[in-house]
Design a protein around this ligand. Sequence first.
Ligand SMILES: Nc1ncnc2c1ncn2[C@@H]1O[C@H](COP(=O)(O)OP(=O)(O)O)[C@@H](O)[C@H]1O
Ligand SMILES: [Mg+2]
Length: 221
Amino acid sequence: MLLGPSGVGKSSTALAYMVAALARGERGLILSFDEPTGILLRRAAGLGMDIREPIAEGRLRVEQIDPAEVSPGELAAMVRHAVEDEDVRLVLIDSLTGYQSAMPGEQYLLLQMHEILTYLNQQGVTTLLVLAQHGLLGQMSSAVDLTYLSDTVVLFRFFEAAGRLRRAVSVVKKRVGPHEDTIRELRIDGGGFRVGAPLVGFQGVLTGAPHLASAGTRIAV
Ligand SMILES: Nc1ncnc2c1ncn2[C@@H]1O[C@H](COP(=O)(O)OP(=O)(O)O)[C@@H](O)[C@H]1O
Ligand SMILES: [Mg+2]
C-alpha cells in the first residue's frame, strides 16, 4: 500500500514498480479510478517512463474505471480475467479512494477488498494499492483504514523546509521481517524520481513542519 496526501507521488511511485515488473517480462494491469488514461500516460512520459509500448504490445492493460458504471462484481471479474487469461502478475489499484466510491458502503468495501486481495495472494500476484489521505500537511487521515489488509505500507509525506515544499518517504509496516526505519527525501522531476539520504538533520518530518535536530546541523537544500 502506498499511503499519503494528494500530489505527493503515490501514483508515480506505483507506476515505477509497474515499469520495473514490465522490464522483468511480467504482465500488468492498472485499474485507474482517479484519472483518465491520457493524463496517466502524459505524467509517466514526463517522468521518463514511457508505457505506450507495453500497452501497444498487450503486456500492460490500463482500465479507466468510472465507479458509477462498473459494479464491484464486474471489477472482481475483470481482475480474475486478467490473472487467469492474461497471466498478469502485478495489479495496480489507483486508487482505493476511487474504488471505494464504487461500493455501497464501507463494510462492503472491506469485504470486497479482502476477497480480491486473498485471491490475488493465492495466485502469487502482487497488488499495489494507492490510498489517498485527507489533508496536505500535518495530521492526516483516510476515510477507511485498509492498512491492516496490506503486507507492506509505504508512507509519503510533504514537509516544509527552507522555503520549499519537499517530500519524504518511509516504510511503516512490513508483515514479514524487518524493514528500514529511516525517513528519506523523495525528489520528483523530469529525470524521474530519486530517493535521497535519510533526513537525519530534521526532527518532526512526519508532522509536516520539522525543525533542525540539533544546532549546527546543515540542511541540504
Ligand atoms: N514531469 C514532472 N516533473 C516534475 N514533477 C512532476 C512531473 N510529473 C509529476 N510531477 C510531480 O508529481 C506530482 C504528482 O504525483 P502523483 O504520483 O500523481 O501523486 P499522487 O498520486 O500522490 O497524487 C505532481 O504534483 C508534481 O509535483
Ligand atoms: Mg494519484
